[in-house]
Design a binder for this molecule. Structure first.
Ligand SMILES: [Fe+2]
Length: 226
C-alpha cells in the first residue's frame, strides 16, 4: 500500500499589516548594521571580580615608540614618581596653609598660597602625563603618595605663619635637591624630555616659589629703618 502523499498545506497568509504600520516602520541604519535593542543597565561592581590589572605599578611598557630603551624609561619613571609624590604633597601643603593661615599677613599669604597651589597642581599633571608617555604608571592616591613622599609629615594642627613658611621652604628644598640629581641622571641616560621637564618646569617653578615665600620670614622693620 502506497504511503499517503502528504497533503500540501497552504502557506499561512501573511497577516495584513495596517497601512499606518508600514509607513512608520524603522528604517535600517545607513551603516548597514541591524537595529538592536540596547541594554542600558549599567554593569556595576566589576571591581569586585576584576581580572589582573592592565599594568602593574613600577613597571614600564614599550607601547609608545619614543626612542627610549626600557632601562632608561624605568629609571626616569622611578625618578618622576618620586617627584610626583613630593609635588602632590607640596600642592596639598599649600592648600592646607591657604585655609589655616592667620595673622597680619593673612591676606597676602592666603592669596599667595593659593597661587602656588594652582601652579603645583599643573606640575602634578605634567609629571604624571610624562610618566604615562614613558610607559609607566603614575602614583595617584593619597595613601600611596604618603608612603612614597620624601617630605616630612605635616601635622593636622593649625600653625603660625612663619612655621608654615619654614615647612614650605624645607619641602621646596627637598624637591629642588632631587630635581638637580634627577635632571643630571636623565640627561646622562639620554632622556632629554624628562631632563627638560625637570629643569624648565619643576626647577624653575619651585625656585620662583621659594623666593616669594622666603621673603615673608625676613625680619625687616615695617616702618622705620634701623
Ligand atoms: Fe580658597
Amino acid at each position: 500500500m502506497a504511503a499517503p502523499t502528504p497533503t500540501k498545506k497552504a502557506a499561512p497568509k501573511a497577516a495584513a499589516k495596517p497601512a499606518a504600520a508600514k509607513a512608520t516602520a524603522p528604517k535600517a541604519p545607513a551603516n548597514g548594521q541591524t537595529n538592536k535593542a540596547v541594554n542600558i543597565q549599567p554593569q556595576i561592581n566589576q571591581q569586585q571580580h576584576a581580572p589582573a590589572p592592565t599594568q602593574r605599578f613600577g613597571t614600564v611598557s614599550q607601547r609608545l615608540p619614543i626612542g627610549l630603551d626600557e632601562p632608561t624609561r624605568l629609571s626616569s619613571v622611578t625618578m618622576l614618581n618620586q617627584l610626583l609624590a613630593d609635588t602632590i604633597t607640596l600642592r596639598d601643603m599649600y592648600k592646607k596653609h591657604h585655609w589655616q593661615v592667620v595673622g597680619p599677613t593673612f591676606y597676602q599669604l592666603h592669596l599667595l598660597y593659593d597661587k602656588h597651589y594652582e601652579e603645583q597642581a599643573e606640575l602634578v599633571d605634567t609629571i604624571a602625563e610624562r610618566i604615562q608617555i614613558l610607559g609607566g604608571v603614575a602614583v595617584a592616591m593619597a595613601h600611596d603618595v604618603a608612603e612614597l613622599s620624601s617630605i616630612p609629615r605635616v601635622p593636622r594642627d593649625r600653625e603660625e605663619a612663619p612655621v608654615q613658611v619654614s615647612r614650605l621652604l624645607e619641602a621646596h628644598q627637598i624637591m629642588l635637591k632631587n630635581c638637580h640629581e634627577y635632571a643630571k641622571k636623565a640627561d646622562d641616560a639620554g632622556d632629554d624630555g624628562t631632563n627638560d621637564l625637570v629643569v624648565s618646569q619643576l626647577m624653575r617653578t619651585n625656585e620662583l616659589q621659594v623666593w616669594f615665600v622666603a621673603e615673608h620670614v625676613v625680619d625687616s622693620p615695617l616702618v622705620r629703618a634701623q
